[in-house]
Design a protein around this ligand. Structure first.
Ligand SMILES: Cc1ncc(COP(=O)(O)O)c(C=O)c1O
Length: 367
């Protein structure tokens, strides 16, 4: 047997990676009574007509999909009024994020992420050999000033989720532009808009309108949230053509499967579905924090499809609350691995599931 350690074969930064922990999941087919509010998924199934139009595609699974996702890109261009050539598609937006990290960094580069930000960014940065620099947040909000202070000569990429997961906070357009103006142009800024479609506030931008103005900007988007396709894996990125051409070279040759391409293309045309999802979310993102606060817990304004909740552990035990909810078959997201030890997060699920959650949350602290 060869006597060597695999540790010697990998980039040193890879041994520092902590595996991504997803929101707890159960097979909902086997556990139909489970209320899953842990991963910010859509509570709505795709429209029947989209299902009917695409189910037969499985029969042609023996053939590869279109490697360039042409129909999907065409529909994205129409729906969002974009240039077709500025789009790259991926197997979920995490695929695009990972391709960006591979493309724009090398060993020894630095990648800036925010404290209490999406935990996948440090993973892909370390996988690319980079050092992760964490910018302190301010009152749970991504701090543009602190991000700027972290910039050094070695900085290659800055990742920002806007709105931020798991805090639900937002950076409005004026603040974002002040920040972008100050970032040196040789540093890639990734604006992750996984929750963009939920926002109707005119002071917000997903960043697509800024692509021509800032040559170092990449916007990423997903079909996992408002478009209800988390299980199919579909995401996309938007930037200037030079950047997109580079990302296109790195991505897997057939990184988006044919079912995802086809269902995604059709979902972009489902305006009623989209409107219903926005209205539902808007209603609950106002109701839910109020109801939670009335129970004596602390929750926060959100701009996305989830709500952050703080437990005052002198009064209540988070562990007990989450165990109680789990016993009642309600799964929420513990945030210990985000460094938010007093917090958990709940997705804006269906009205029925949220009512059950509120009832059992109340029981969990009164029983
Ligand atoms: C901020 C953020 N970005 C990206 C993703 C990944 O989304 P996808 O399912 O497209 O890989 C998530 C998923 O929760 C997220 O919260």
């Amino acid at each position: 047997m060869p006597d060597f350690s695999f540790e010697n074969l990998i980039k040193p930064s890879i041994s520092k990676i902590e595996k991504y922990i997803p929101g707890e999941s159960l097979d909902l087919n086997k556990n139909p009574k489970v209320v899953k509010l842990s991963s910010n998924e859509s509570p709505f199934a795709i429209p029947k007509k989209v299902y009917n139009k695409t189910q037969k595609l499985i029969l042609s699974s023996n053939f590869y999909p279109d490697g360039d996702s042409n129909d999907l890109k065409e529909q994205l261009s129409k729906t969002f009024k974009l240039n077709y050539k500025n789009i790259v598609c991926g197997n979920g937006s995490d695929d695009i994020l990972s391709i960006i990290a591979q493309t724009f960094s090398k060993e020894g580069s630095e990648v800036i992420c925010s404290e209490y930000g999406f935990t996948y960014y440090p993973i892909i940065a370390k996988a690319a050999g980079c050092k992760v620099v964490t910018a302190k947040s301010q009152d749970l909000k991504v701090s543009c000033d602190n991000m700027l202070k972290c910039i050094t000569k070695r900085t290659r990429i800055i990742f920002i989720a806007n709105p931020n997961n798991p805090t639900g906070t937002i950076i409005f357009k004026d603040e974002l532009e002040r920040f972008l103006k100050k970032v040196p142009k040789n540093i890639i800024v990734v604006l992750d808009g996984a929750y963009s479609e939920f926002i109707t506030d005119k002071k917000y931008t997903d960043g697509i309108d800024l692509i021509n103005k800032y040559q170092n900007l990449i916007v990423t988007r997903t079909f996992s949230k408002i478009f209800a396709l988390a299980g199919l894996r579909l995401g996309w990125g938007y930037s200037n053509q030079r950047i997109i051409n580079l990302l296109e070279k790195i991505r897997g040759p057939f990184n988006v499967n044919k079912l995802a391409q086809s269902v995604g293309t059709l979902m972009l045309k489902e305006k009623k579905f989209l409107q219903r999802s926005i209205s539902h979310n808007d209603r609950w993102r106002k109701i839910l924090p109020n109801k939670i606060n009335q129970l004596g817990l602390k929750s926060y304004e959100t701009f996305a499809n989830f709500v952050l909740i703080k437990v005052d552990q002198k009064k209540n035990s988070k562990k007990k609350i989450l165990a109680f909810l789990k016993k009642k078959k309600i799964i929420v997201r513990d945030l210990n691995n985000y460094g938010l030890n007093d917090f958990f997060r709940v997705s804006i699920g269906s009205s029925k599931d949220l009512k059950k959650f509120l009832t059992e949350l109340k029981n969990s602290i009164t029983v």
